[in-house]
Design a binder for this molecule. Structure first.
Ligand code: SF4
Length: 910
């Protein structure tokens, strides 16, 4: 097919394959590209290792899960660790300065050129990531990594021995505790001047942004009464520039008072934006080398160097060991060791089709602190220390809440907080203050106490090994550890799900979980309709046998809690009267152990309280239920759940009360013009606080920039019609569509019906829950290609920030009704019945609509496929946005003609 003259750009003469929904293309090493069927493609891949881009994705496209080959993404991760690339042919071409391929059939050539360009980098003297490559390659040769033979000839052995990763990483330094912040009142003129400085001299003055910054300044005023922070709720329409709006007073206050401001976000996209924008207010480092701005995440996000060392030394085998080597390459160049949403490519983990990344983080609270040989280089410790010295800490809602609840040091507790994306604070509080006594949670606790079960690899150790020195010094401590170890045997162990399925539970907790499972199935009303998804039932009207099992489980938990409390007491005694052998690092380790012990004791207390109430009258503060979690027709967890009916109550006492100033801001805080729900969701009522309320309209001209189309003739429940509508809408807009679903099942069904057809028209379609690509990367791919479309569920409803032409159509499959769960039913009852539902739906519509118009130049259509869209929901859309009810054909005409607004049936939107 391709007999064009050879390209002047060097290409690696190895065969290459590209597979999309539109077909497969194979290019020989000699330079001929031809279209092939899936069968031929699979045979070719089995014969010889082929160059390919994103092997799991190609495998999905070919329907051949065992596919392997020379994946360009793995090579990129080796050559340029910690460097960003959109993992598509176009993205690779941009990253390597190669010409963009003109179509699918040109991609195999691009792969050959990209492979040669990457390999040639190794021979260049200006290769920035050379250090460590040769040593890593020696390990990768032993692991038989497919790229290793090709790299061997290109990477010269270094003249001097390379520094081993752990010796290259810088050590953090101890710093004195910061004094408490000075009490200052910000001068409004100075706030305006700071804002002007941040926005730049060329920027036009934006009065709304100035007013917003002035409001934000109030949260920094001295607090007047203990336990009553300044609380500001600020509705800020999209486009007013709210990040610089609050960073202006925040940076001024930090400078004048010497204090720390926390800005909390819900999405990683906003964290990245904040990191970028904060550079206008702060340098990247201070004169003394410390950082004024620190991004802080939960410890489970960071690479644990001890876990990595273990993985490199045999803890990981096969493909996982290759992943560990690539992660080690990245660790040497990473800005902060953040593996989830930081500079580790989101796609790296999915290339290896297993949970290797999670195993390299510190998920299980097994950190041995100063007992760890890498303690002084540890990314987690470094970030925690840096944040105590920072002017600005960028964090997420969950971490702010967890830190407020149980930070090791007072200096790390946030007192001046801006919650951006504030409409998610309720949700974050809901999960932070939840309790779940499930198999997955209890087995974690068992492993934390006892250590891994026999036969499992890795460095993970139980309490006894972690505190061996205490045990040898203190007899009471040793006894407590041994008692805890013994009591933890009552918790579920490996294989518990299997035993439950076989009706052979072992121990009091497994017996309780078996009773939970049996009750949930006995009461199931779905008749198998919801196959593949979770089942739940109220924790009410439970029979005597169930209550008896709950009692036995409760006693077993108490029997574990008691020795843990005794052990905590021994650790405290050790800290109060330290023996000679307890040096500084040893003390830090004991403090760390004390801290994680407290956390486990609190967890056990919460579980016991949950079980304690099962037989008695329900506590109106909580909603309790039993659940079997299922996914893809497989059970993965079973247990009892507890949520606060109003999670803003604990939020108020844990976060608000100790704070001095808190701002909750978002484009979708209010319900229309109504503040009531926003106030209720701020925690203000629990402290009898009257929050300061302010609202700032978006500068966008929604009447001219957007239109809401309510398509009335796609029958509900007809998947073929739904898929047809999606396909035609995406074709009419030439891609650039974000499709939002409330059920994964329908998303998959629609994707399966239209992806091939769209691909043949040159319109790539990506989907969450279908493509083996993480959500962040899917959004990167979507942003990078104006002809691409993306289908997804909740996470995409407000986690997508794609200004410009790439997003010009949002399609919702139906009115986003809340899932009728037990928790929802209880809150609905307490929150005003259908009015409560309406508020939720309006908030969801407003968030989804918010994806469409991100800048003054954006234009787009927002389509809801709903034959009966209630008018009372229309206030979800910004005032002035034209809303039209019409047929699918009419909607398609409007899309093709690029028309907006002014239709005969346009409804007024107040
Ligand atoms: S200090 Fe803890 S988290 Fe850090 S590397 Fe060591 S064990 Fe891992």
């Amino acid at each position: 097919m391709d007999d064009a003259p050879p390209s002047p750009i060097p290409a690696l003469p190895l065969p290459a394959i590209h597979a999309s929904h539109g077909g497969c293309w194979l290019r020989s090493g000699a330079g001929q590209t031809r279209g092939v069927g899936k069968g031929d493609a699979i045979v070719a891949a089995a014969d010889t290792p082929l160059l390919m881009l994103n092997a799991p994705l190609v495998a999905t496209r070919l329907g051949y899960p065992d596919l392997s080959g020379l994946d360009l993404l793995e090579l990129f991760a080796f050559i340029h660790p910690a460097r960003f690339v959109v993992p598509t042919a176009k993205g690779l071409a941009h990253a390597l300065d190669l010409p963009e391929p003109g179509g699918d059939d040109a991609i195999p050539l691009l792969l050959q050129q990209a492979a040669e360009a990457l390999l040639a980098t190794c021979e260049r003297s200006d290769w920035q990531e050379r250090e460590g490559a040769w040593s890593a390659l020696q390990s990768l040769i032993r692991l038989r990594w497919a790229w290793a033979p090709l790299l061997t000839a290109r990477i010269a052995a270094p003249q001097r021995a390379e520094r081993w990763l752990f010796s290259r990483l810088p050590e953090w330094e101890d710093a004195p505790e910061r004094p408490q912040p000075g009490q200052v009142v910000l001068d409004p003129a100075a706030v305006t001047a700071r804002l002007a400085q941040l926005t730049g001299s060329g920027a036009e003055a934006r009065p709304t942004q100035q007013a917003y910054a002035g409001e934000a300044a109030h949260l920094f005023s001295p607090r007047r009464r203990e336990g009553l922070p300044h609380l500001l709720l600020a509705q800020a329409g999209t486009g007013i520039g709210k990040t610089l709006g609050y960073l202006a007073p925040a940076s001024l206050w930090a400078q004048e008072s010497g204090g720390t401001v926390w800005v909390s976000t819900y999405t990683k996209a906003l964290q990245r934006q904040l990191r970028r924008e904060s550079r206008r207010a702060w340098p990247s480092t201070r004169a003394d080398g410390t950082q004024p701005v620190v991004v802080r995440k939960g410890r489970e996000n960071y690479l644990c160097l001890l876990n990595l060392e273990d993985a490199l030394q045999g803890g990981f085998t096969g493909r996982a060991a290759v992943l560990a080597q690539l992660v080690a390459r990245w660790a040497g160049y990473s800005q902060d060791g953040d593996m989830i949403g930081g500079d580790l490519p989101g796609w790296l983990g999915t290339l290896f089709r297993q949970r290797g990344i999670a195993a390299l983080t510190d998920r299980r609270g097994e950190c041995v602190y100063a007992g760890c040989p890498h303690y002084r280089k540890c990314f987690i410790e470094r970030s925690a220390r840096a944040s105590a010295q920072a002017d600005l800490v960028i964090a997420n809602h969950a971490l702010v809440m967890v830190n407020a609840a149980r930070s090791r040091e007072a200096a790390q507790r946030p007192t001046r907080i801006v919650f951006d994306e504030g409409h998610h604070v309720f949700e974050a509080a809901d999960s932070t203050f939840a309790a779940a006594l499930t198999g997955a949670e209890t087995i974690e606790l068992r492993r934390w106490v006892i250590g891994p079960e026999r036969g499992s690899k890795g460095r993970r150790r139980g309490l006894a090994a972690r505190l061996a020195d205490l045990a040898s010094y203190d007899e009471a401590g040793a006894k407590a550890i041994s008692a805890a170890r013994h009591a933890a045997e009552a918790l579920p162990g490996d294989g518990w799900l299997q035993r439950l399925a076989e009706g052979a539970p072992f121990g009091p907790l497994e017996e309780l979980l078996a009773a939970v499972r049996a009750t949930v199935y006995a009461r199931d009303e779905s008749g198998g309709q919801e196959a593949g998804y979770g089942l739940e039932t109220e924790a009410a009207q439970l029979d005597g046998a169930f209550i008896e099992r709950a009692g036995a489980a409760q006693a077993a938990l108490a029997a574990l809690r008691q020795p843990l409390i005794r052990l905590g007491g021994r650790l405290e005694a050790l800290l109060a009267e330290p023996p000679d052998w307890l040096d500084g690092p040893g003390r830090a380790r004991i403090e760390g152990a004390r801290h994680s012990l407290t956390w486990r004791i609190d967890l056990l207390t919460a579980w016991e309280a949950l079980l304690d109430r099962l037989g008695g009258p329900a506590d109106p503060e909580y909603v309790d239920w039993l659940a079997v979690e299922r996914g893809d027709a497989r059970e993965f967890d079973i247990g009892i759940h507890r949520r606060w009916l109003d999670p803003m109550k604990p939020f108020a006492s844990v976060v608000l009360e100790p704070a001095h100033g808190v701002m909750i801001t978002s484009a979708t805080l209010r319900d229309g013009n109504d503040w009531d729900a926003a106030i209720a969701k701020s925690g203000a009522k629990a402290l009898a606080l009257a929050p300061r309320l302010s609202s700032f309209d978006s500068p966008f001209d929604y009447a001219a920039q957007a239109e809401v189309l309510i398509v009335t003739d796609v029958p509900k429940g007809d998947v073929a019609a739904l898929a047809g509508a999606y396909g035609r809408l995406i074709e009419a807009s030439g891609g650039g569509a974000l499709g939002l679903f409330t059920a994964i099942r329908r998303l998959r069904a629609v994707h399966g019906r239209i992806a091939d057809r769209l691909a043949r028209a040159g319109l790539p379609l990506y989907a969450q829950h279908v493509d083996p690509i993480d959500t962040g990367t899917l959004v990167d791919i979507f942003r990078d290609d104006p002809r691409a479309s993306l289908l997804g569920t909740d996470a995409l409803r407000d986690g997508v920030d794609v200004p410009g032409h790439s997003l010009r159509l949002v399609v919702m499959e139906q009115v986003p009704w809340p899932k009728p769960s037990i928790l929802h039913r209880a809150r609905r009852l307490a929150g005003g019945g259908s009015a409560y539902d309406d508020r939720i739906i309006r908030a969801r519509l407003a968030q989804a609509f918010g994806r469409l118009i991100r800048s003054r130049d954006d234009r787009g259509h927002f389509v809801v496929l709903s034959s009966a869209f209630p008018s009372r929901l229309l206030s979800a859309f910004p005032a002035g946005t034209p809303v039209t009810r019409l047929t699918l054909d009419e909607a398609l005409q409007r899309l093709t003609s690029g028309a907006f607004g002014k239709s005969v049936q346009t409804e007024s939107n107040p």
